[in-house]
Ligand binder design. Structure first.
Ligand code: ATP
Length: 374
């Protein structure tokens, strides 16, 4: 029996788009037919209230939220995962609950910043279990530029993510939001404040107008460690793989939202084990090879051997490039009865240890072709 495991690198493209509640149709007026039509009155941009200006009493509000959160935490001890990321995002089957009837403000009111959240979407090759999955709903907006917002000064509530080995049993597509902490530059020099408030391990509120609540499969608060995130999301994926299913994880988010940090983290040649700040990919492969050697040892009588192959591609402008063989550009996607969908002429490298994988990752990271995302 042999198993093949491949890793691909798909640079995430930054994007920002409005979603959530549809904005009003500007072509619908009450004017009778044939009358002169004027555009509907718009709220002047400078009259739209900035969320940070509401924060006068929000400090106490947040404190009460924090109290509520810790209650939530103690009530739900079973949930043990840390996720954290600002900047709302994608969710399969997410739902939003605007708290007000006010329409979404014009985007120019908000200035996009690097403060954001990235989304890690994980899929398993398990057959659908009647779980979540389906429509894609995304909110992606900039953060308030209001100076000296009090939000950063308030301790954010901490939520724990569940390390659940049955992660894939119920839902074969899961969306995790990781909230990135505000950097000191954003806080002190640019005066950015938080644009999100996490309500629970699955729910967050975007502090815009109207305040809008989004629900995801998991939300990692900004204090989550690389290791905990791996244990919550990466480890079950490896187990899923070892059970014979396909697994896929990808990161999505605007530039600077933490995709590379989450998927790669601090990447360097392994001397004495992985560094504490290394990300999901090296951890996944380290665990995978440990599991493989355990399994081979356990089933030595059956002479079970695993074969792992690694490839690294970039998909950009609908063109596929082999990042380990940069002269191979514009590779073709093919479908085969046996292999399924595959990239023609893509180089595959045999890997047997996490060191082999990191070597390939570093080879690409150090090349001119290195872009963002995994
Ligand atoms: N969870 C986190 N904790 C601490 N720092 C973080 C975290 N996430 C991201 N950062 C830091 O934020 C900065 C931007 O993150 P990163 O480069 O991963 O973003 P990105 O989404 O990959 O951006 P791009 O699409 O532009 O490549 C980096 O300096 C990174 O170290």
């Amino acid at each position: 029996m042999s198993k093949e495991i491949s890793s691909s690198r798909i640079p995430a493209r930054s994007s920002s788009s409005r979603h959530g509640k549809p904005e009003g149709n500007e072509n619908e007026f009450e004017n009778p037919p044939n009358s002169i039509r004027f555009p509907p009155a718009r709220t002047p941009l400078n009259s739209i209230q900035d969320p940070s200006s509401q924060i006068d009493d929000s400090d106490s509000k947040l404190r009460s939220e924090a109290g509520r959160s810790s209650r939530f935490f103690s009530e739900k001890k079973a949930e043990v995962l840390d996720y954290a990321t600002p900047r709302a995002a994608v969710r399969l089957n997410s739902h939003s609950e605007p708290n007000s009837a006010q329409s979404t403000p014009a985007r120019s009111v908000w200035k996009a910043s690097n403060y954001g959240s990235s989304v890690a979407a994980c899929t398993s090759g398990r057959p659908p279990q009647g779980g979540r999955g389906g429509s894609l709903s995304k909110v992606s907006r900039g953060i308030s530029t209001a100076a000296a917002s009090p939000w950063p000064l308030v301790e954010v509530p901490h939520f724990v993510l569940v390390e659940d080995s049955s992660f894939w049993m119920d839902h074969n597509v899961q969306v995790l939001i990781r909230i990135r902490p505000i950097s000191s530059t954003e806080r002190t020099l640019q005066g950015y404040g938080r644009c999100l408030r996490q309500e629970s391990a699955q729910t967050l509120t975007w502090l815009g107008h109207p305040e809008t609540r989004f629900t995801f499969d998991h939300i990692a608060c900004e204090t989550i460690s690389q290791e905990k995130l791996f244990k919550a999301a990466g480890l079950p994926m490896v187990e899923n793989c070892m059970s014979g299913y396909n697994s896929c994880m990808f990161a999505y988010g605007q530039t600077g939202s933490g995709k590379t940090y989450t998927m790669m983290g601090e990447l360097s040649e392994i001397v004495d084990g992985l560094s504490g700040d290394c990300g999901m990919t090296p951890r996944i492969f380290e665990y995978l090879f440990t599991r493989i050697s355990d399994e081979e040892e356990k089933r030595r009588d059956e002479q079970l051997k695993y074969s792992c192959k690694c490839s690294f591609i970039e998909i950009y402008n609908e063109q596929i490039t082999d990042l380990l063989e940069p002269s191979s550009t514009n590779l073709q996607l093919r479908e085969d009865m046996k292999k399924g969908v595959y990239v023609e002429n893509l180089k595959e490298y045999e890997v047997t240890t996490v060191k082999d994988v990191i070597k390939l990752l570093l080879q690409v990271a150090n090349s001119d072709l290195c872009t963002t995302g995994v």
